[in-house]
Write a protein that binds this ligand. Structure first.
Ligand code: NAP
Ligand code: ZN
Length: 352
């Protein structure tokens, strides 16, 4: 298969910092789009995978799944994009397309395993896929999204993961005008959850450990902030919420949040992946028909629906633009919950 070399940023080991390296991209196949990457958001998942937090990663890891850019080449059978168009790629670059999930536009739940934008199996070049911390990416048009022209391009990048990951549960659990929604953790996902739930008309509460984020949360659209370490504040919202979206990346006690659900309410975990500690107490769940659920990103059609909604309502992420050379410092700040509220890499810094 024809391929070409591009510059990228990645790491060779869990304990090594990210640095510049070269990777290959395939030459466009008939249905492929080649995208010159202009901006790439920095997700906490990038850090988890770079550092093998979820089990051993395949190295080198080149993270990045919040990709926006311009089309520089289109294969002969590409119908949806032409050279010069804005285009975006999120967390998925392929799936089996024939299983029950794929047939229902739920590629993120592909029963044969979706192909992640990074760390997935590269079915064309062999080895594994590389993400958006790179000059260019080549993706089948079926997994490429259109970005509304009115949105600031850098600030739109985080919609491709932080946006869709919070949009999908909001839609699945039918959040609308009279819903009461709470969000746990004010980081990249959390701040998008607030904006999108607000955009759908819900009453939104933020649970945060960080008192100094209170003012920001209200400016982002939250109606109320509850400091999760304050027992009185927690008690004041008992039985309040239809839906809670929990974005916290590390293990923590879910039980206090279950108590704040209404009867029939659902707590959806999108942040932490792994066994719970302490365990869940089933009593409040049984006595209130409450659910604790999980959700991963969103399908391609749903991602386009979310982008179009954001275009219509002028919703983007609050970002801090960084150079690729500052990525290791950005990861350290992310670990300290010191992100307001998403880092986005200006990829021009890599091309220099
Ligand atoms: P982030 O920007 O770092 O935000 C996480 C927020 O969680 C922090 O700002 C902080 O908010 C809170 N937090 C952090 N550590 C905590 C702890 N030990 N205990 C309690 N709260 C803590 O991260 P992100 O990019 O939003 O990603 C969040 C998580 O979602 C990551 O684990 C990521 O891998 C995962 N993720 C999942 C999906 C999916 O499809 N399910 C998609 C993308 C990302 P406060 O300061 O307000 O407390
Ligand atoms: Zn992500």
């Amino acid at each position: 298969m024809e391929k070409f070399k591009v510059k990228a940023y990645g790491t060779d080991a869990a304990d090594a910092p990210l640095a510049q390296l070269d990777i290959h991209r395939r030459e466009v196949l008939p249905k492929d789009v080649e995208i010159d990457i202009l901006f790439c958001g920095v997700c906490h998942s990038d850090l988890h995978v770079a550092r093998s937090d979820w089990g051993p990663s395949a190295y080198p890891v080149v993270p990045g799944h919040e990709i926006v850019g311009r089309v520089t080449k289109a294969g002969k059978d590409v119908t949806r994009f032409k050279v010069g168009d804005l285009a975006a790629v999120g967390c998925l670059v392929d799936s089996c397309r024939v299983c029950e999930s794929c047939k229902q536009d739920l590629e993120q739940y592909c029963l044969n395993g979706f192909t992640g934008t990074y760390g997935g199996e590269d079915k064309h070049l062999g080895g594994h896929t590389f993400g958006g911390y790179s000059e260019k990416v080549v993706v089948d048009q079926d997994f490429v999204l259109s970005v509304p022209e009115n949105l600031d391009l850098a600030a739109a990048a985080p919609l491709l993961c932080a946006g869709i990951t919070t949009w999908s549960p909001l839609k699945h659990w039918n959040v609308g005008k009279n819903s009461t929604v709470a969000v746990v953790g004010l980081g990249g996902l959390g701040h998008m959850a607030i904006k999108l739930a607000k955009g759908l008309g819900a009453h939104v509460t933020l649970f945060s450990r960080t008192k100094s984020k209170e003012k920001d949360a209200l400016e982002l659209g939250a109606d109320k902030v509850v400091i999760s370490t304050d027992e009185d504040q927690m008690a004041s919202v008992r039985g309040n919420f239809d839906l809670i979206i929990d974005t916290v990346p590390y293990v923590h006690d879910l039980n206090p949040y279950v108590s704040t659900l209404k009867v029939n309410g659902t707590l959806v975990v999108v942040g932490y992946l792994g066994p719970l500690e302490p365990m869940l107490n089933t009593v409040p769940m049984i006595m209130g028909r409450k659910s604790v659920a999980g959700s991963v990103i969103g399908g391609i059609a749903e991602t386009q629906e979310m982008l179009d909604f954001c275009g219509k309502h002028n919703i983007v992420s609050d970002i801090e633009v960084i150079k690729i050379q500052d990525i290791n410092a950005a990861y350290e700040r992310m670990l300290k919950s010191d992100v307001r509220y998403r880092f986005v890499i200006d990829m021009a810094s890599l091309k220099k």
